[in-house]
Design a protein around this ligand. Structure first.
Ligand code: SF4
Length: 276
């Protein structure tokens, strides 16, 4: 059983800096390098999976499960960035509804735990668990889904929910992209609007996933990717050999990722203390 308190990054086989080799993807994903999209494209085009599934933010803070089976669908789904919401049940429903037999899931650490446990410790869910081929988790400091937060943005900044295009939480700030531009708010201002579960969540990178991915300010244009098992290593190697990914060693950023993980763990511990 994984113990994030003892090992905040979970099992690590390799840590890399990756970016898409495909110029179209790179152009779309300037800040991150588009490595997640390129890796998913490799899975689809090399027939390693039937589809990619995620729960994506639509307009405002609404979320829905989406499936991509082709390059066009994947690029449309990814948009400017994967903007994932923590709705594991919607992903599960979508996989069953579309009868996908082999899927790659892009998700958050809390969802990665849910899917990994279904895959690795199946109870009555044998059939469903077998369908999950790859779990890619994005680094996560928390998500917002409260009506109160939407009201706050509307009243304080005159940004209605329908105008919100993306919300991105980093270590000390929150960026809200909306139709009229971008708001950058200090974390202290919005802290009380984080989902309650996020305040006590201890997993920053997605220790239950096959591959974790996230970006760091110090390596803009590249995505940090952590492989957690031989299957993930093979996947990354294959994507490189087939010309989908550029990969370089990322051991020098291990400290920064660990810092994010420890910060999140400390936040959870502080919040747990106040609940007890
Ligand atoms: S902070 Fe934790 S509980 Fe909240 S969305 Fe991220 S992974 Fe899920």
């Amino acid at each position: 059983m994984m113990n994030v308190q003892e090992n905040p990054l979970g099992p690590v086989m390799g840590i890399y800096l990756c970016r898409a080799a495909d110029e179209d993807i790179k152009r779309m994903k300037v800040a991150s390098g588009g490595a997640v999209t390129a890796l998913l494209l490799y899975m689809l085009e090399k027939d390693l999976v039937d589809g990619i599934v995620t729960a994506k933010r639509t307009k405002g803070l609404e979320g829905q499960a989406v499936v991509a089976r082709t390059r066009e669908e994947l690029l449309r789904t990814a948009g400017n960035k994967w903007s994932i919401v923590p709705f594991a049940a919607r992903i599960k429903e979508k996989i069953e509804e579309e009868d996908l037999k082999r899927v790659g899931i892009v998700c958050l650490p809390c969802q990665a735990q849910f899917f990994s446990q279904m895959r690795d410790f199946p109870l009555l869910e044998t059939d469903f668990g077998e369908r999950i081929k790859y779990i890619v988790s994005l680094f996560c400091m928390g998500t917002f889904a409260f009506e109160a937060f939407l009201n706050y943005l509307r009243i304080r900044y005159d940004v209605p929910p329908s105008a919100i295009e993306d919300i991105r939480l980093e270590r000390d700030s929150l960026t809200v992209k909306h139709e009229g531009g971008e708001l950058r708010l200090p974390i202290k201002e919005v802290y009380s609007y984080l989902q309650a579960g996020c305040l006590v969540c201890t997993d920053y990178t997605g220790v239950w996933s096959d591959i974790s991915a996230g970006s760091l300010n110090e390596e803009r244009g590249w995505t940090v990717m952590i492989t957690r098992n031989p299957k993930a290593e093979n996947l990354l190697r294959g994507a490189k050999e087939e010309g989908y990914l550029e990969i370089r060693d990322g051991s020098h950023v291990m400290g920064s990722v660990m810092k994010g993980a420890k910060d999140k763990l400390a936040r959870a511990q502080r919040n747990m203390m106040t609940l007890l």
